[in-house]
Design a protein. Structure first.
Length: 154
């Protein structure tokens, strides 16, 4: 992904934003790096949403592409090494970011990167005007319009 180009430049701060779902309670999110623990899934030691017996928990996210209880080996390594800072954004925050970018820039992001956009908007408030923030916008938001509409106040 986009991290690879910046991994060796230690002046660049890297952030990974997971699907916080409704909240970070077990079964209400898909954020194994933030709300999970080390465990084995599909024969791989990784970060996993699991109960105290090691059983995989249900996940919840507005974004189907992020609705999974574990992460791949690269993200597990990047968290363990401390090179990437991981956080989460809730379903509501992702929808708000989807709307904001759509309205302000005419770009309709997919819900997956809308989570990262939400965090980037918060981060921008803390940055100097000369700082740059890059968000990788993968996917198309037109596929998510109906999902977003269902989550808007009536």
């Amino acid at each position: 992904g986009i991290f690879n180009s910046f991994l060796h430049d230690l002046e660049v701060e890297l952030y990974g934003i997971e699907a916080g779902g409704e909240d970070l309670r077990p079964g209400h999110n898909a954020a194994p790096l933030v709300a999970g623990s080390e465990g084995v899934l599909h024969g791989m030691l990784t970060y996993l949403l699991q109960d105290t017996n090691g059983q995989v928990l249900n996940t919840k996210s507005i974004s189907a592409g992020l609705d999974y209880p574990a992460v791949g080996p690269e993200h597990a390594y990047l968290k363990t090494s401390g090179r990437v800072k991981y956080s989460s954004a809730s379903d509501k925050e992702a929808v708000d970011a989807f709307q904001r970018l759509s309205q302000q820039e005419g770009i309709m992001p997919a819900l997956e990167p809308a989570h990262a956009l939400s965090y980037a908007f918060k981060l921008a408030k803390e940055q100097r005007p000369s700082d740059s923030i890059i968000v990788n916008l993968s996917g198309r938001g037109d596929k998510d319009v109906e999902i977003v509409a269902r989550h808007l106040p009536q």
